[in-house]
Design a protein around this ligand. Structure first.
Ligand code: UD1
Ligand code: CA
Length: 470
């Protein structure tokens, strides 16, 4: 996998292959395809920002059979592949050559390439693509229908320039042929580079060179950020179409963002402007309202997320109703039929079956039982400025509105907390806790107060009174 390129036109401090596309570095996609096909080992050839590229790729594919090769100086695609010889010296078999900046290549196309290679019986097979405007690409030159060689755009004769079939840069080559042939490649061409494409003519002299034709967008690389966005759009629509074919309804696929690796069950309906990223898992018959953002979260069957609900590393059980505007932060774990309404924030909170917090609440570091009713304005005071503490609410607890639960604190099964209470001590099960001061009604106070104010105004108010009255 060639990943050594500088990517000058990205105008970036970051290596080109590390620029994200749908949440993952560009090179994630071709690497993933190679690994899915069982390629082993996989050798990323790194050069520009080699250390960063290697680190990122190792993080992405921790358990994969990776061996990195360094191309010190970029002297052309043949030189890049030669850099991998050492890493592959004990490998005998077919070598798949891919670019790290071509993200949309499909596994099916690579599998078709492998099949064509087997059936053709030659030493090299390649992927080609037909372009309206082939400017800049290597042309696939055929004689009597058979691939004979590839000529780079800059080296083409006027007739060769008319050829629309282009080289995609994806090859399958027998190792027995590859290394010996690479050693014979010269840099006597328009660009003074070692062209990998020179292999094709050598291979064609030994046997057939099958070419699998693929769609342009599958073989298109990324040279600048405009192309990066174009590939991202293609990938987005491809992923979305795949989910729709698997039974997921997307009201507006153009504004639905779903990363590779997300799974969604059938009969789930997704409104416009929804984003599903990371290892998110959505069940069947889930309704996801407009503007919801789900990252690395799971949502079980039959749950409804009303608009603008945000989940991050959260687990949501079956038949819950969340939102609009609920925010579930990491460590949230909801059992079935939980209801969370607008402006309810949860973090490291476990909520039992059927528990409800329908308006304005913060539930952090909380273990909450089933059938609990949490009133508007309830806050778990989990932080004392140094440490975090846990609030525990038993089954069937009722928390009145505008209550604070100063953790660590426990409220036993079935206990009630009166509205406006600041709970600082454990509440035994079955009891009522109220901490607000008793209410006093002063009858006739309003009239008496008005009269007093009027009188003091007549007797000449002090300057400070005027200011406070104003
Ligand atoms: C290459 C092909 C061309 C094909 C086109 C498809 C050659 C000589 N030409 O041209 O036939 O139509 O791809 O996109 O192979 N790279 C390295 N080290 C190097 C040189 C390149 O790692 O020394 C990497 C680049 O980062 C890039 C890939 O190889 O990912 C292709 O290199 P690039 O220079 O873009 O090749 P093209 O001139 O486009
Ligand atoms: Ca290129």
């Amino acid at each position: 996998m060639l990943c050594a390129g500088k990517g000058t036109r990205m105008r970036s401090e970051k290596a080109k292959v590390l620029h994200p596309i749908l949440g993952k570095p560009l090179c994630f996609y071709p690497l993933m395809r190679a690994l899915e096909l069982g390629a082993s080992p996989v050798v990323p050839v790194v050069g520009h920002q080699a250390g960063e590229v290697e680190r990122s790729v190792r993080d992405l594919f921790a358990a994969a059979p990776l061996r990195f090769a360094l191309q010190k100086e970029q002297r052309g695609t043949a030189d890049a592949v030669r850099s991998a010889e050492e890493a592959l010296k004990d490998f005998k078999g077919r070598v798949l050559i891919l670019y790290g900046d071509v993200p949309l290549v499909r596994r099916e196309t690579l599998a078709a390439l492998a099949t064509a290679h087997e059936q053709g019986g030659g030493v090299l097979s390649l992927v080609s693509t037909r372009l309206e405007d082939p400017t800049g690409y290597g042309r696939v030159i055929r004689e009597g229908g058979l691939v004979k060689r590839i000529v780079e755009h800059k080296d083409c004769s006027p007739e060769e320039r008319l050829v629309r079939e282009c080289n995609a840069g994806i090859y399958l080559v027998d190792s027995s042929f590859l290394w010996a042939a690479l050693a014979n490649i010269k840099s006597t061409n328009a660009q003074g580079e070692f062209y990998l494409t020179d292999l094709v003519e050598m291979a064609a002299s030994q046997g057939p060179v099958p070419a699998i034709e693929a769609d342009f967008n599958e073989t298109a690389g990324v040279n600048d950020r405009v192309e990066l966005a174009a590939r991202a759009k293609d990938l987005q629509l491809r992923i979305n179409a795949w989910h729709m074919r698997n039974g997921v309804s997307l009201a507006d696929p153009a504004t639905t963002y779903i990363e590779e690796g997300v799974t969604i069950g059938p009969d789930t309906e997704i409104a416009p402007g929804v984003s599903l990223s990371g290892a998110t898992v959505v069940g069947r018959q889930v309704t996801i309202g407009q503007g919801c953002v789900l990252h690395a979260s799971s949502v079980a069957d039959g749950t409804t997320l009303k608009p603008y609900t945000v989940l991050e590393e959260a687990r949501v059980g079956e038949r819950c109703i969340l939102g609009p505007f609920s925010r579930l932060r990491p460590g949230t774990d909801l059992a079935e039929e939980v209801h969370l309404g607008n402006f309810v924030e949860t973090k490291k909170a476990r909520l039992g079956r059927g528990t409800k917090a329908n308006h304005l609440a913060y539930l952090g570091d909380a273990k909450i039982g089933s059938g609990v009713n949490i009133g508007a304005g309830t806050i778990t005071c989990n932080y004392d400025g140094v440490n975090k503490h846990v609030t525990e609410l038993g089954d069937g607890v009722f928390i009145g509105s505008d209550s604070q639960l100063v953790a660590p604190v426990k409220v036993g099964d079935g206990a009630y907390v009166g509205a406006g209470t600041t709970v600082t001590k454990d509440v035994p099960s079955g009891s009522l806790a109220v901490s607000r001061s008793p209410q006093v009604n002063k009858e006739g106070w309003v009239e008496r107060n008005k009269a007093r104010l009027k009188k003091s105004a007549e007797s000449g108010p002090a300057k400070s009174d005027k200011v406070s009255a104003g």
